[in-house]
Structures are given as structure tokens and as C-alpha cells.
Design a protein around this ligand. Structure first.
Ligand SMILES: NC(=O)C1=CN([C@@H]2O[C@H](COP(=O)(O)OP(=O)(O)OC[C@H]3O[C@@H](n4cnc5c(N)ncnc54)[C@H](O)[C@@H]3O)[C@@H](O)[C@H]2O)C=CC1
Ligand SMILES: O=C(O)C(=O)COP(=O)(O)O
Length: 528
């Protein structure tokens, strides 16, 4: 059988040699297709290989009747509809390691171009203007570089900046003091980093949690005259807010490799003399392009030949018999994980999952992966799935344990997730009620009965008259409707909890007001 592979973005010819040499693979390269043409053409193909330009949309995926694998020759998969691919049983693979150096080197080049006005001075010279006064720069030595997102690329940038004798301080939800010390850098909260930095560079993926992470509020907290660098993804920085911050003088300059919409021919940020820019060139080196194309080609060959892939991004298909037994619990497991990580508000160091009742006798590792996925997604975004969740946890030194227990506390099935962080150990239990779906039935030692869905609020308070009323008045004042509410307590007049489901997200203003109530010890907004 011959498999047909379509390549729609420019890939290194050396890098795709493994595909060209494979006996059962036929390669077509067409990098000029319009979206409509691609939707027509995709039907006959078993594999699609792209970089960041081809938009692999739900509509395209729905037309791709033979497609088995999508290969992304690079890191970011925000141009691929992962959910649609998974739904259609299409595995997505990427090449996460091949362009790390290139992206880090490009970031350093951009920081240096920015600090010394190199592009502007070059342009002036080309226009016959010899002007030394206008292009006085700033030194990097002893300046503080704030790195937001200390993954593969962020870490490499940090090491390189130290070589420039910069002070480096980073924020990443997975960064521990110990790790920062080992790297010889500082660490802090997001606010601390953006407040202290002279240069700020972002290296997170683009996802719901990081869209407009650097916005007007963030700019307001920064030092006057700060420099901003984005070689990660357009959209992490709010371009309108950046424009305003440059015009007002808050931001002294910005270096941008990526934009909210790509490609473009005109951009208002480029009209500002303080902005230096490249057209998404971070990974565009001979070396990186060869490695990412080889890595992704090899995974495509493996997958088409029925072998396990090295860099899966989404869900693989599970054996049918396992799937039939376990599938109903997938959702519950993931939601329990997401609920609990929101509750602890810290990075997990240990995750322990206990299965009991009818889950005692079945293969539960797919559920463990789903639980870990629910936890890690909160930090790493949508590329976490049950294929890579355990791998990502291991890479971050998070211990994952799974136990079967015969104590089912009266439920026919029960999953209890326990998370240990530096400062606390918390638990949540859930069950699948026949015909009624998933329920959270215990939070720490409190009993509840709530569907893990939508907007929730978990309040810990002192058991005394009037608390519920005062809490209700505050929500009413903020026009927040309570859909359901449950209360439990340890003992009369002791510690107690309220679990609410509400009709919209509990915004910061309402949350802060609730926290001010004397009888309330903690309030957490949870959105599932
Ligand atoms: N300009 C270009 O050509 C290139 C751009 N990229 C972009 O760079 C991104 C990062 O790539 P890698 O370092 O390889 O990924 P990575 O997964 O190794 O690192 C991302 C880091 O961001 C952290 N993070 C997630 N949410 C965060 C938040 N809210 N605040 C702070 N940190 C957060 C994660 O914990 C993780 O450590 C990619 O997702 C891609 O979009 C990657 C390669 C080339
Ligand atoms: O790997 C990534 O995430 C990149 O942004 C590189 O994009 P590209 O493959 O150069 O279109």
C-alpha cells in the first residue's frame, strides 16, 4: 500500500529525505494552495506536513477523509485545530526540540538590535543619513531581563542573556527556587518579574491563558522605558496596548518576530520608529529546518507503518475494549484534576489517584493520564493530552501515583485525586452516577454533590449565622446569580465550606469583596 503525504509549507529538502526514500510513501509538495484549493486536494492524502502558515482548520479536517496524521515541523500547534483532529482520530505530531537554539538565538539578536537601534540606523544609512546622535543605545550589561515562560526556549534565552552579563529573572508556573538557583537566575511571580525587568521577553505557548498576557494592565506595572520582546506568538502581547504604551513613552521599544495576524503587508506597529521586526523568522535557520523536518518525517513514517510515534501532541486511539469500559470516566477524571489544581492554586509536586468500586478491577492508566492532563492543561495549555500528560509531568518532576482501594465509601465507583504542593495536601472525590453523569462528592473532608461543570466558587468559612446572607448579598451586588449551593461543616461553629455554581465567572472585584468578609477564610473561583 502506498501512503500519500502532502507538504503545504516550505520544508527543508534535506529534512524530508526520509519520506522521499521510504518505499511505501509518495510525497507531494505544494506550498501555493489557497485554503479552498487545499480543502479540495486534501481528500486523497494520508498525511499532511505543515509549519505555522497553513491553517489546519476544523473545516479542512472534516474534508480530509483519509488523513491519519498531521505533522507540524516546529513547536507551536496553534494553527492546528487539535480538538477537530482528535475527534477525527487524526494524530498530530510536532518537532519540539529542533528549533530551540534558533529561536533563542533570534531572540538574543532581536534584543541586541533593539538596544542598539541597529535596524533603524541601517535604514537611515541606506537613506544617506549619517546620524550618530539619533541612534544612541543602551547597554545590556547589568540590565534585568524578565523571561516569561521558562521552557526550552526561555531557558536557552536566559543562559545566553547571562553571557551578556544581564541579570535574569523568570516567571513560569513550574519554576522552583531550586531550579532557578541552579540556573543562576532569579525567579518571581508574573507581577514581580514585569515590575523589575528592563527588558521583558515572552516564551509561553499561545493559549487561552496566555492570550493578551501582556496587556494594558501589565504595561502599567512595568518600569518606565521598558523594552518588550516577542519571539513566541502573536497574541501573547495585546498589540493595541503595546502601540499605546510605546506612543505614551512607557515602553521604550519593542522587538517583534510574531504578530496577531500573519502574514501582513502593512502593520501600524511598524509605523513606530521604536519597533524592530522580523517576519516570523525565529525557526528559520538551515540547521533548525533540517532537524524539525527530519523529526516530523520520521514520526510520519513510523505512524503510517503502525509504530509508536516520538512526539505525539494529541490523543491516540485506544484499544476498543479498554475504551468501552473507561471512556465514560474520561471527562470526570479530567474535571477532578482541573478542579483540584484550581483549588490548590499552586504547582503540584505529587499527584495521587485512588480508584475504587467497579474501577478496582479495570485498567485505569488512561484515566490517570486524563486526570494529569486536567491538572497540567491549566499551566501548559491545550497541547497537553493523555498521550503526553505523564511525560510532561515527569519532565517537571511531578510524581504521579495510582492506587486501587477497596474502600469505596458506599459509591459503586469512586475516583479520589490528591495533590501535594509545597504547602498543602488537598483531595477531591468524584463518581459517575448511573444515568446522571459525573459528580463531585467530596472536597477534602467535606461532602458535596455537584456536577463538575461551568462556573463554581469554593468558599471556606467559619460556621456562624449570617455568613451565607452576606456572601449572597455581595454576589447579588455584582449581578452574579447563584445556580446551586451546598454547605457542609466540620462541627458546629467550626470550619465550614460552601460550594456554589454560578451563572458567570466570579470576577476579581467580587472575589476580593468576598475575601474581605471576616468569617471567610478563602474563596476560589473555578471554571470547568
Ligand atoms: N518565533 C518562532 O519562530 C518560534 C516560536 N516558538 C514559540 O515559542 C513557544 C515556546 O516554545 P518552547 O520553549 O519550545 O515551549 P515549552 O513548552 O518548552 O515552554 C513553554 C513554557 O511556558 C510556560 N508557561 C505556560 N503558561 C505560562 C504562563 N501563563 N506564564 C508563564 N509561563 C507559562 C510553561 O510552563 C513552559 O515551561 C512555542 O509555543 C511557540 O509558540 C517556538 C519556536 C520558534
Ligand atoms: O516552531 C514554532 O512554533 C514556530 O513558530 C516556527 O514557525 P515556522 O515553522 O517557522 O513557521
Amino acid at each position: 500500500m502506498t501512503f500519500h503525504v502532502l507538504i503545504t509549507d516550505p520544508l527543508s529538502e534535506e529534512g524530508i529525505q526520509p519520506l522521499r526514500e521510504a518505499k511505501n510513501i509518495h510525497v507531494v509538495v505544494d506550498t501555493e494552495l489557497t485554503p479552498e484549493q487545499l480543502e479540495e486536494k486534501i481528500v486523497g492524502f494520508d498525511a499532511l506536513l505543515v509549519r505555522s502558515q497553513t491553517q489546519v482548520t476544523r473545516s479542512l479536517i472534516s474534508k480530509a477523509k483519509n488523513l491519519k496524521i498531521i505533522g507540524r515541523a516546529g513547536v507551536g500547534v496553534d494553527n492546528i485545530d487539535l480538538e477537530a483532529a482528535t475527534e477525527h482520530g487524526i494524530i498530530v505530531v510536532n518537532a519540539p526540540n529542533g528549533n530551540t537554539n534558533s529561536a533563542a538565538e533570534h531572540t538574543m539578536a532581536m534584543i541586541m538590535a533593539l538596544s542598539r537601534n541597529i535596524p533603524q540606523a541601517y535604514l537611515a544609512l541606506k537613506n544617506h543619513e549619517w546620524n550618530r546622535k539619533k541612534y544612541v543605545g543602551v547597554e545590556l550589561k547589568d540590565k534585568t531581563l524578565g523571561v516569561i515562560g521558562l521552557g526550552r526556549i526561555g531557558s536557552e534565552v536566559a543562559y545566553r542573556a547571562k553571557g551578556q552579563r544581564m541579570n535574569v529573572i523568570a516567571y513560569d508556573p513550574f519554576l522552583t527556587k531550586e531550579k532557578a538557583e541552579k540556573m543562576g537566575i532569579g525567579c518571581g511571580t508574573f507581577e514581580e518579574v514585569i515590575q523589575q525587568a528592563d527588558f521583558i521577553t515572552v516564551h509561553t505557548p499561545l493559549m487561552k491563558e496566555t492570550r493578551h498576557l501582556i496587556n494594558a494592565d501589565a504595561f502599567a506595572k512595568m518600569k518606565d522605558g521598558v523594552y518588550i520582546v516577542n519571539c513566541a506568538r502573536g497574541g501573547i502581547i495585546d498589540e493595541d496596548a503595546l502601540y499605546d504604551a510605546i506612543v505614551s513613552g512607557k515602553v521604550a521599544g519593542a522587538a517583534l518576530d510574531v504578530f496577531e495576524e500573519e502574514p501582513f503587508h502593512e502593520h501600524r506597529l511598524l509605523e513606530l520608529p521604536q519597533v524592530v521586526a522580523t517576519p516570523h523568522l525565529g525557526a528559520s535557520t538551515v540547521e533548525a529546518q533540517e532537524i524539525v523536518a527530519i523529526d516530523v518525517s520520521r514520526d510520519v513514517i513510523r505512524y503510517l507503518n503502525g509504530e509508536p510515534v516520538k512526539n505525539p501532541v494529541n490523543l491516540p486511539s485506544l484499544p476498543k475494549d479498554v475504551l468501552a469500559t473507561i471512556e465514560p470516566y474520561f471527562h470526570l477524571a479530567e474535571k477532578l484534576g482541573a478542579f483540584l489544581i484550581d483549588l490548590v492554586k499552586e504547582v503540584a509536586e505529587e499527584i495521587h489517584i485512588y480508584y475504587s468500586g467497579e474501577l478496582y478491577d479495570v485498567e485505569v492508566s488512561p484515566l490517570t493520564r486524563n486526570t494529569v492532563k486536567g491538572i497540567l492543561k491549566r499551566h501548559l495549555g491545550s497541547h497537553v493530552n493523555d498521550v503526553n500528560a505523564l511525560y510532561l509531568a515527569e519532565r517537571r518532576d511531578i510524581t504521579v501515583r495510582e492506587s486501587k482501594t477497596s474502600s469505596n465509601k458506599g459509591f459503586t465507583n469512586l475516583i479520589t485525586v490528591e495533590i501535594k504542593t509545597k504547602s498543602q495536601t488537598r483531595r477531591v472525590s468524584g463518581t459517575l452516577l448511573n444515568g446522571l453523569g459525573p459528580r463531585i462528592v467530596k472536597v477534602d473532608d467535606y461532602s458535596v454533590d455537584v456536577t463538575p461543570k461551568g462556573h463554581m466558587v469554593f468558599i471556606q468559612h467559619i460556621d456562624m449565622p449570617g455568613v451565607i446572607g452576606r456572601m449572597g448579598s455581595i454576589l447579588a451586588k455584582h449581578d452574579i446569580n447563584i445556580a446551586t449551593m451546598q454547605v457542609d461543616r466540620s462541627d458546629v461553629g467550626g470550619s465550614a465550606m460552601m460550594m456554589l455554581t454560578i451563572d458567570r465567572h466570579l470576577d476579581d472585584a467580587a472575589l476580593e469583596e468576598l475575601k474581605k468578609l471576616q468569617e471567610i477564610n478563602d474563596v476560589v473561583a473555578i471554571d470547568l
